[in-house]
Design a protein around this ligand. Structure first.
Ligand code: SF4
Length: 435
């Protein structure tokens, strides 16, 4: 590198895991003396960490890459993430892209960027076999030292027919337990108020010495007692009794669970090769609700999966209405290359997929409102995250994943604050008073 400090920016698409890994990538540039600039400002290196969960995600990835080329002509544009892993040549053919790094190469992105300098051809480092896919640690210290993310697991061994993640990220692999403990304790010492445990399929966490996710949770209560612990998305079939026991025993684990459902129809779940039935899913959700009546429960659902009949969709609607969830992420099915679902018969017309999505989103809006209302008259501990200078209030999240705002000066410390929930505005935001 010459004496002028090089500038790097990053743009992340897709899941929280990508955010965590982008942060690790940025850190590697910072360690080498680069200055970080916001994405959209002129930079010498622009990293784009892509997603491929839907065709829409690919298209967004292409738009972001083209925007980066326009803003920083002459920069080294490095594209990584799931879209880069699965469609390296499509990504590499976009004008201005210098480096395409697959999932295994993510950790060496800075080295690839520096190796590509002076070359007129695009450097593509993508291993389609996943042979090099070690567990790569990543952590993310969110702004303000309020929330940290710890990736304890990567990849997935399941074979859900619609999903490209195992193709993009390889099989399941886990962080070693002593490393988990060390990192939890480091976040605790650094003063974080919340630690989010992330991974692709965290319920399949398995250290080489036999620890499972519930051991991580029990240990977190000991080594990071003043941090609250939030779990990332967890597959319903992995919510075992040991996990429920650990959650009940550990007061610092957030009463918030995100449990993908995908469909409430038994036959659609079977076709998707999901590993649970509507009945077993309902039993998990009801157990959590019995343990924690105000629990924040997030659900993912896919509409318009091949063969999803009108009756199947109505079953999903009725199933959702019968359960005590609080928010819903609805995904309109889109065909993904090289997945079994993409070549299944009985494709659902796109306009039907979309109208089903709209119907579930309306249901989701009602439920968010009623979950907010259920907090009225209770107290909550909120970690203040953003300040509205005009209105003079802080907003943050309760452990039940309820958005809460309360009046306080801008100088109010960004530490957990006990509040009394008073009313609901903007459909689903609780207004509270400091206790
Ligand atoms: S559990 Fe299924 S949907 Fe989730 S990452 Fe694994 S294969 Fe994909």
């Amino acid at each position: 590198m010459n004496n002028v400090q090089q500038r790097v920016s990053v743009h992340t698409l897709g899941c929280k895991l990508n955010s965590v890994e982008s942060s690790a990538i940025l850190q590697s540039f910072v360690d080498a003396g680069y200055a970080v600039v916001p994405f959209g400002e002129s930079a010498d290196v622009v990293v784009i960490n892509t997603c491929t969960v839907t065709e829409q995600a690919n298209s967004e990835g292409r738009q972001v890459i083209r925007a980066a080329v326009r803003t920083s002509p002459g920069a080294t544009i490095a594209v990584t993430g799931c879209y880069a892993q699965l469609q390296p040549h499509e990504v590499g053919s976009i004008d201005g892209v210098s480096v395409v790094a697959g999932s295994a190469a993510k950790a060496n992105l800075r080295t690839l960027v520096e190796a590509s300098r002076g070359s007129t051809s695009t450097l593509i480092d993508v291993d389609p076999t996943h042979d090099n896919m070690e567990y790569q640690p990543a952590r993310y210290d969110a702004d303000g030292r309020t929330r940290a993310f710890l990736k304890i697991q990567d990849g997935c061994d399941y074979v859900c027919t619609f999903c490209t993640i195992p193709l993009a990220r390889g099989g399941s692999r886990s962080m070693e337990f002593p490393d988990v403990l060390r990192q939890l304790s480091a976040f605790h010492r650094a003063g974080f108020s919340e630690i989010v445990i992330t991974g692709v399929n965290i319920g399949e966490y398995r250290s080489s010495s036999g620890e499972r996710l519930w051991h991580v949770l029990l240990a977190a209560a000991e080594v990071a007692p003043s941090c609250r612990i939030r779990l990332g998305s967890i597959e319903p079939n992995t919510v075992r009794q040991e996990l429920l026991d650990a959650v009940s025993q550990s007061p610092n684990i957030c009463r918030h669970f995100h449990i993908p459902l995908q469909s409430g129809s038994k036959s659609v779940l079977h076709s998707m090769r999901r590993r649970y039935s509507p009945e077993s899913y309902a039993s998990v959700v009801r157990s959590l609700h019995n343990l924690f009546p105000l629990v924040g429960l997030g659900i993912d659902v896919i509409t318009g999966y091949p063969g999803e009949s009108h009756g199947d969709f109505e079953e999903t609607v009725e199933f959702l209405k019968s359960l005590p969830w609080s928010y819903l992420h609805v995904f309109t099915y889109s065909e993904r290359a090289n997945t079994p679902a993409a070549s299944m018969p009985n494709s659902v017309p796109v306009h039907v997929r979309r109208s089903r999505t709209a119907r579930l989103r309306a249901l989701a809006a009602e439920r968010r409102h009623s979950h907010a209302l259920a907090h009225i008259g209770t107290t909550a501990t909120v970690i203040p995250e953003s300040y509205d200078t005009d209105k003079g209030h802080w907003q943050g999240w309760s452990d039940t994943y309820q958005a809460v705002r309360f009046a306080a000066p801008a100088t109010h410390e960004r530490r957990p604050t006990l509040v009394a929930c008073d009313s609901v505005i903007d459909d689903a935001v609780v207004v509270a008073l400091r206790c």
